[in-house]
Structure formats: C-alpha cells, structure tokens
Design a protein around this ligand. Structure first.
Ligand code: BTN
Length: 250
C-alpha cells in the first residue's frame, strides 16, 4: 500500500514500504495516464536497477525514487539536458543539506561523488506514449546511511560524510532544487546548464579513462561537446567525443 502526499510545488509523492523497482511502478502509472510530477518512492527495493543493466543495492534507510517529467521536444539538440539538470539538482541538494560544507563532484555524465566515491546514481528511461508527449522516468538513488561494498566505483553515504538527514527531507530538498534548475534551463537554455555542470564536473586536463563497451580509452578531459558529450584527448593526442560509457577518474 502507498502513502500519498501532494506537495505545494505540484508533486504528488506515492510512498511504498517495498517495491521491486520504483522505475517499474512509475512506468506502469505513466502508461495508465498519471500526471507528470508524479513521484514514486520506496523505502527499499527488491530489484533496484542501475545503469548499464547493473543492480542498485536498495536496503532500507537510503533514498530511492522515480519522478515523471516531460521529455525534451528537441531531443536531438538537448540529449543531455535532463541528465545534467538532474545531476546538478542532486549535487545542489547535497550542498544545501551540508550547509555548503560539502561540494560534490559530478562524474560525466551524472554520477555524484564525494571524495571520489559515489554517493548517488541516476537512471533515466524514456517512456513512449501513444497519444501524448513522450515522458522521462527519472530514477534516483542516494546513499544516506549505507552503501554497497563491492562496486565498480568506490561508494560512500551521507552519514559517513557527517550528514544526518531523513530520506523524506532529502526528497523534498531535491524536488525544490529540481524545480529551480529546470526553470533555469527553460529561461536561460542549455548553455547555462552546461556552465553549472562545468562548475561541479571534471576540470580541463584532468586524467580520466572511459570504458566504452570492451574498449578502454585513457586520456585527459577536454570539456563538453556541443551536445554535452565528453571530450577526451587520448594518449595519441587526438580528441574523441564520448556519448556513452563508464568514466573512471584516475
Ligand atoms: C546508477 O547506476 O548509477 C543509477 C542508479 C539508479 C538507482 C535508482 S534507485 C531509484 C530508481 N529505481 C531503480 O530501480 N533504480 C533507480
């Protein structure tokens, strides 16, 4: 059973004790016509999903939710817009709740790190609608009191970083941030979003390696491409544009 609360910002939050995955429940709700700004939160998930088909470990105490938003009208030009908007919103939520003591880093495109360890992950899935605009199912997991040990990236949690906060409060902080950053995007455009991402993202010249399918490319970060891809100068000195892959900070 779910607990439903309507927030002044227009979000409707449906809260469940346990779900397989908030992604699945929100997708079903979207296909049966629920409103955008519907949020599905679970206290724990039995089959939490991560990027690239990985598992997202989801024991009780952390924050797991999915949020419904309209997809971009001009997806071709703004493929990374929602990805970056959400990443910036999560990072700013952590800045807020730490009272500016912690400034997380965004690892391209949207992993949130504290001291090189992953604190939050974002999974965005497209929902194709028959008669209405396509939608985005935006899934977010933030480690609050625990983090998995055996992961491809080192992980941390907010409590370990001396931030004590409940999942409910953190979700409200996030929804306010998300509204704010989404408005900035609508008013000032993708350039402003790139600027905000760059403030928290990799620094030019930073050594990175990227795993694209079975290939590993090592080099130095050289900024974002015009569509938001990662520009990397490889070991041969040639610039490559990466549009999908797992990035590792060396
Ligand atoms: C990643 O691999 O970094 C993305 C992780 C996304 C996890 C969240 S938790 C809430 C939502 N439900 C899921 O099953 N996955 C996302």
């Amino acid at each position: 059973m779910s607990n439903i609360s309507k927030l002044s910002s227009g979000y409707e939050v449906l809260e469940f004790d346990e779900l397989d995955s908030t992604m699945l429940t929100l997708k079903d709700l979207a296909l049966s016509g629920c409103n955008i700004k519907t949020v599905v939160r679970a206290k724990k998930q039995k089959q939490g999903r991560g990027r690239h088909g990985r598992v997202w470990s989801s024991p009780e105490g952390n924050l797991y939710f999915s949020l419904l938003r309209e997809a971009e009208k001009n997806l071709k030009n703004n493929i990374f817009a929602p990805v970056f908007i959400v990443a910036i919103s999560v990072a700013h939520s952590i800045i807020d709740v730490s009272q500016h003591k912690i400034i997380p880093k965004i690892k391209w495109p949207n992993d949130i790190l504290i001291n090189k360890s992953k604190i939050a992950g974002i999974l965005i899935e497209h929902v194709n609608m028959e008669n209405t605009k396509d939608l985005l199912n935006i899934g977010i997991g933030i480690n609050i009191i625990s983090n998995p040990r055996k992961t491809i990236y080192p992980a941390t949690n907010l409590r370990k970083e001396n931030i004590n906060i409940s999942p409910t409060v953190l979700l409200n902080v996030f929804l306010n941030q998300f509204d704010k950053i989404d408005k900035i995007y609508n008013v000032d455009g993708i350039e402003k979003i790139f600027e905000m991402w760059n403030d928290l993202g990799h620094k030019i010249g930073e050594p990175v390696s990227v795993k694209v399918r079975d290939k590993k490319i090592t080099g130095r970060f050289n900024g974002l491409s015009k569509e938001g891809g990662l520009l990397l100068i490889n070991e041969a000195g040639i610039e490559e544009v990466i549009l999908a892959g797992d990035v590792f900070i060396i």
